[in-house]
Design a protein around this ligand. Sequence first.
Ligand SMILES: [Zn+2]
Length: 726
Amino acid sequence: MALPSSTGLLLRGVSLPAGDTSPADECPAATRRAQATCSAPATLMRILRHLVWAMLLTECAGAATSAPLRGSASPHPNIVLITLDTTRADRMGFLGSERGLTPNLDALARQAVVFSRAYAQVPLTTPSHATILTGTYPQFNHVNYMGDPLGKAVPFLPDILHRNGYRTAAFVGALALEPRRLAPGFERGFDIYDAGFHRRGPREDRYHSLERRGEEVVSRSLAWLSKRPAGPFFLWVHLYDPHDPYDPPEPYKTRYQAEPYDGEIAYSDAVVAKLLAGLRTRRLFDSALIAVMADHGEAFGEHGENHHGIFLYDETIHIPLLIKAPGQHAGKRVETRVGLVDVAPTILRTANLPIPAAVQGESLTSLIKSHPAGASDQPNDSNGQVPVYAESGYGHLSFGWSKLQAWRTSKYLYIEAPERELYDQSADPLATHNLAADSKAVADTVAGQVAEFYAKTKREATENTKLDLQQSESLHALGYMSSESGTSSGADKESGADPKLKIGIANLLYQALVHMQNEQYQEAVPILEQVLEQEPNTPIALLQLGRAYMAVKEYQKAVTPLRNLVEKKPDDAFARYEFGCALVKTGNWEEAAPQFEAAVFQNSGSAMMHFYLALVYQRTSRVGEAAKEFQSALRLDPDNFPANLLLGRLLVMQQRAAEALPYLRKATRLRPDSIDAHHFLADVYAEMGQPVNAHRERAEAERLKSEGGSRLGTPKEDSGDVSKQR
Ligand SMILES: [Zn+2]
């Protein structure tokens, strides 16, 4: 399908569906960095709607008529966004690394704009990609943690491009960006979102469940490119490889045995080369905008942190960013500080589309164009060194520690923390000497700037960003506690212990979670116990310790941490559920009942919760209540086999054969190989005086039995192991 004319395109850009960005919001403002929201009174809005054409010809024309970047043939160039997970800036040859890991990225950099001071706004995969794709800060988009849903009112680059005629496709490399699990809402505006990741099963390797090698991600992308429909496209390729565990394929595994992380970087570089070669083969390379960046870096013990997520120093926040404009052939270097928040507006501007006012980053096109090829801008404090903000709520969400905020301004790195930090990066690039106590005046000034910036850029979460049931269940199945960040309105009051005093605990928990993911429960137990010894109020550690004990069948030991968990999070249905399971496993059915009742009360839309409550009622001889709960489960999930089977059996036992009949017939249809389903159905027919039918069903049950038919899902198994269906 051909792209509409550029006028039609722009008109569509300003005539959005109700509830979406309003026309008034579409005018590109000169400066958005400190702009939080754009609201206009209703009357003004009405007038503005009549002035769409005027806007097109005046203000919005600023975007529409700003000359496409040099050499661009199309006003709507193809766009390729490559995000490299967990990639440190200091491993890139084009940023000065002498390790020789990135020959292909270095070659691309020689015909692109290198932003040597580019920074992530948050050091976690899902939230950082939310910033990249929305051009907004975490305090605005409220994606602060894995699983936080991206709200529909937040501007989303793929959605905007799609609504303006772009073909949109995402090829991502890991569960952290799976919309059905940890990245709900990210699929908005994509024609294709290639993910399909899930929790690792018993016989699966991680590259066929949790993540995908970069090579496969790229080959899927290239296959799509070959058969994509006509029209400009937006292709997002995400390579997860450098994320831990560091396990590159051969020959990188052998070559970088001592430095496997470097091996992953070198492998990713080779994979990017394949993608770029694929673009060249298809004659798509020259005219496309190609943007390559990392979502965050990685720490190797600097400042005490392993991996990433808590701290905001350069090892995890300084990231590589390079942008090849359409038609660009010579390299440039920009020293001005920029953020990942600036990527989306840059892409929109390059695509000659209006930038919604809600977008908080700023287009970098003027920086890209303002210096001759081969030149480097020389920023000084007055012209170019725009402050860059970053934050981390991960320590707060996981442990209840203080939230951290970073502000990079002129030569300083300032970190807002219970014990605040100030580093002079010109003299102390590794941020080892905290000047905050000695330079109180500077620290005070900078602290004031951060507070003002935060107040201007934050947005109260007005939408219901609570996880829906399926997302909660997925998150839970993956071993995470749901965060309350999406519904928390006092994000700036997230106080608590100073993470720098506690970082060792975060490292331990990380290690334990890796063991849990690899089903190494025995190894996880002592580490989790150690975490809880030092930090007893850590819900995720309590949950995981309970689960680890359950997995190694030490049910009695699982009771204590799960009881503590419920005390800490009494409103968490899954905490109640886990505790209930532990009580059932230890034969404490009576005490389990109120836990499952609470779980159902808090999560009444879950068939699973109703089902398990029914089992507990049945076991404790509360037959009438059990029948009701089975019925509730079936209302929510009519094809639930065990619920049909058990409700049918319950009714038979109550001499209510006619009522049992439809449930048991359905059970045999759902699972024709179930011996018990046919047996119970035979009983019903016998009770109802239908001997022929009874005989047929009994014969089928006997036949299945003689063939070793399935008993899976039969009452004995289901009621004996309520945790089985997690
Ligand atoms: Zn990441």
